[in-house]
Structure formats: C-alpha cells, structure tokens
Design a protein around this ligand. Structure first.
Ligand code: ZN
Length: 149
C-alpha cells in the first residue's frame, strides 16, 4: 500500500467522523437499543434499530463518542445496512469481521462500500476493537430483535 492510498482511506474515515451519517436516536416502543463500550480506548456507541416487519432494517441511527475510527465505523455501518434485509445485514457484519481480522472479502462487492477504509486498521489490534464496536452493537441488536419476532 502506498502513501496515496493511506491518505484516501484517512479521508474517508475523517469524512464520516466529521459528518456522521444517521447520527441521533430513534423514539418508539419497538426500537432496539444496544450500547457498547470499548474500555481500551473509551469509545461508546449506542445503536438504535427499527424494523417494522422484522425482516427489513427500516431505520438505524447511532449516538457515540470516542476516537475517529470507532465513530466513522458506526457511520459507515449504519449507511451500509439501512434499508437492507436483516439477513443481509448479518452477512455484512460477518464480512466486516473477516476483513478487519485480515481475511479476504470480495472487494468489488459494492454492498461493502467504505469498509475498505479500515484496511490500515488491520495492523493495529487495539484499533480493531474501535472499528468493530458499532458492528458488535448491530449484531446484538439483530439478535435481540430475532428473539422478539
Ligand atoms: Zn477507539
């Protein structure tokens, strides 16, 4: 990887950090709320997941604080899974974990969007926790939603 690439990835991460997509909370009885904390870095993510049918992610938002990696990852995650089927979202979570721990994914798969930006994170185990925080929240939110339906 050359420096130009590193810069591109840094730009994507900073863009999501400064202008987070789907930031905020969702009101309502059927909203699933999962809070995750990363004590190593002090990152916090609260994910709000709303699905009317239990099959589609109708809405997803997050509130968080912490480092740019954790917050941009939450922004990218919500952006990727909003409007998608629950099962598809679950697959994307798995692909993210494969990618972040050094495994291979199909990088031409458009549904994985800006996940590429976290390529540099794979070299830093402490940062993997930061990047994975929002995804763990989503994973738990989907699991608790399944228990309800
Ligand atoms: Zn962090």
């Amino acid at each position: 990887m050359n420096d130009g690439m590193d810069e591109l990835y840094r730009d994507i991460i900073l863009d999501h950090y400064r202008n987070p997509r789907n930031s905020g909370s969702i009101e309502g009885d059927s909203v699933i709320i999962i809070e995750e904390f990363n004590p190593l870095c002090g990152d916090k993510i609260i994910v709000y997941l709303h699905s009317l049918s239990g099959e589609l992610i109708d809405d997803i938002k997050f509130i968080g604080e912490g480092c740019s990696i954790s917050q941009s990852s939450a922004s990218i995650m919500t952006d990727l899974v909003i409007g998608k089927k629950i099962e598809h979202a679950k697959q994307i979570v798995q692909q993210f974990h494969t990618f972040i721990t050094g495994g291979n994914i199909d990088e031409d798969d458009n549904s994985l969007g800006d996940i590429d930006a976290f390529k540099g994170v794979r070299k830093f185990p402490a940062r993997i926790k930061c990047a994975g925080l929002a995804w763990n929240s989503l994973d738990k939110a989907i699991d608790s939603m399944k228990k309800l339906t």
